[in-house]
Unconditional design. Structure first.
Length: 320
C-alpha cells in the first residue's frame, strides 16, 4: 500500500510542479500523518521529482515520530537535501507519553534527536505538549528545562485539546486546563532566548514554511487530504487513501469570497509576527486605535501586530 501511495503522490507532485513554470520552491514540508514511516527508497522517489524546483535556499522539513526515525533514515534524507527536522517528542516523561498514547518513550525520543544531529541536521524543531493532567507548574518547569537542555533551534508548544470523535474523547480523557499555563510555558521558553513568533511557535530560527501560511501565501498540497491554496481557492484531493491512489489528480475546489479572505488574513496575521496590513482594517480605525492605546496592538507604518498572541482570537473578533 505504501508503494502504491508514493507512486500516486509522485504523479500528483509532478503535475503540480509542471504548473510552476520553473519557479523555485521557497519551502517543502513532509508532514501530515507520519512521513517518517516511509522507506529510504520512497523518499528518493519524491526527492527526484522536486530536484529541479529547489536550490540551496529552499527549506526542506521532514516531520518525524521518534518511533519510526533512525540513524540510517536521518542520514539518508539529509543527504537528499532535507535541512530541517520536526520531531514529535511531545514529552520527555514516560508516564505522560503513555497517557498521550505515544509509541515511543523518552529514551527513544532522545536517541532520535541525537541521530538527527549526527546525520547533520542543525535546524531541528521539537514538539512539546502541555495541559495534560500531569502539568502543574512544577511539572511544566522541570519538563521544559529538559527540553531546553536539548538546545533545539525551534520549539512548538501545544496545549492538549480533546476533539469530538477522537480516541481521547471516547476514552473520557480530561485536560488539566490551566488558564495561566500557556503564558507560563511561553515565558520560560522566551527566557531561554527563543523568539515567540506565532501562538505555538518559538524559534532561534523561524520556520519559513509555516510562516508562509501565516503570511497567506499560496501553497501546493500533495497527498490524500492535503489541501492546496492558490490565493483565492482551496484545492482538495481525495481524503481516503484508496480513492487517492486510484485518482491522484482529482481536485475539488472551494472559492473564497473577499470577506472570507480578509477574515483569514486578520486571524492568521494576529496570531503571528506576520501582522495585519492596515489596508484590511480601514473600517475599524477607531477600534484599532483604541487597541493600540490599550497596549494590545503595536503598529508600523503599514501593519498592526498583536502584542499577546494568546489574545489574538479575541482581538480578531473585534476586527473582522
Amino acid at each position: 500500500m505504501i508503494a502504491l501511495y508514493v507512486d500516486a503522490l509522485a504523479l500528483q507532485l509532478e503535475a503540480e510542479l509542471r504548473q510552476m513554470n520553473g519557479k523555485i520552491l521557497t519551502s517543502v514540508y513532509f508532514g501530515g500523518g507520519t512521513p517518517s514511516l516511509l522507506g529510504i527508497n520512497d523518499f528518493e522517489k519524491i526527492f527526484k521529482k522536486i530536484t529541479a524546483y529547489i536550490d540551496k535556499n529552499t527549506e526542506i522539513t521532514i516531520e518525524a515520530n521518534p518511533s519510526s526515525w533512525n540513524k540510517e533514515k536521518a542520514k539518508a534524507v539529509f543527504g537528499m537535501g532535507a535541512n530541517r527536522l520536526s520531531l514529535g517528542v511531545q514529552s520527555l516523561n514516560d508516564e505522560k507519553l503513555l497517557f498521550l498514547s505515544r509509541v515511543h518513550n523518552s529514551k527513544k525520543a532522545l536517541e532520535a534527536y541525537e541521530h538527527s544531529i549526527s546525520a547533520g541536521f542543525t535546524n531541528i524543531s521539537v514538539d512539546f505538549m502541555y495541559d495534560t493532567v500531569f502539568d502543574d507548574e512544577a511539572f511544566i518547569k522541570k519538563e521544559l528545562d529538559a527540553f531546553l537542555s536539548l538546545d533545539a533551534a525551534h520549539i512548538s508548544a501545544y496545549s492538549l485539546t480533546i476533539e469530538e470523535g477522537t480516541a481521547f474523547e471516547k476514552k473520557g480523557v480530561q485536560t488539566r486546563y490551566d488558564a495561566n499555563a500557556a503564558q507560563s510555558v511561553a515565558e520560560q521558553i522566551k527566557q531561554a532566548g527563543y523568539e515567540h513568533y506565532e501562538v505555538a511557535s518559538f524559534g532561534r530560527t523561524r520556520s519559513r514554511h509555516n510562516f508562509g501560511y501565516w503570511e497567506y501565501r499560496p501553497y501546493i498540497g500533495v497527498g490524500a487530504g492535503a489541501v492546496g491554496f492558490d490565493g483565492e481557492r482551496r484545492i482538495y484531493p481525495h481524503t481516503k487513501i484508496e480513492e487517492y491512489i486510484k485518482n491522484p489528480l482529482f481536485a475539488d475546489t472551494e472559492e473564497l469570497s473577499c470577506d472570507e479572505i480578509r477574515t483569514e488574513k486578520i486571524l492568521l496575521g494576529l496570531r503571528s509576527a506576520a501582522g495585519v496590513d492596515k489596508s484590511l482594517l480601514t473600517h475599524n480605525g477607531e477600534i484599532v486605535q483604541m487597541l493600540i492605546k490599550n497596549s494590545l496592538l503595536d503598529e508600523s507604518e503599514t501593519k498592526v501586530y498583536c502584542k499577546d498572541f494568546f489574545l489574538a482570537d479575541e482581538i480578531a473578533a473585534r476586527l473582522v
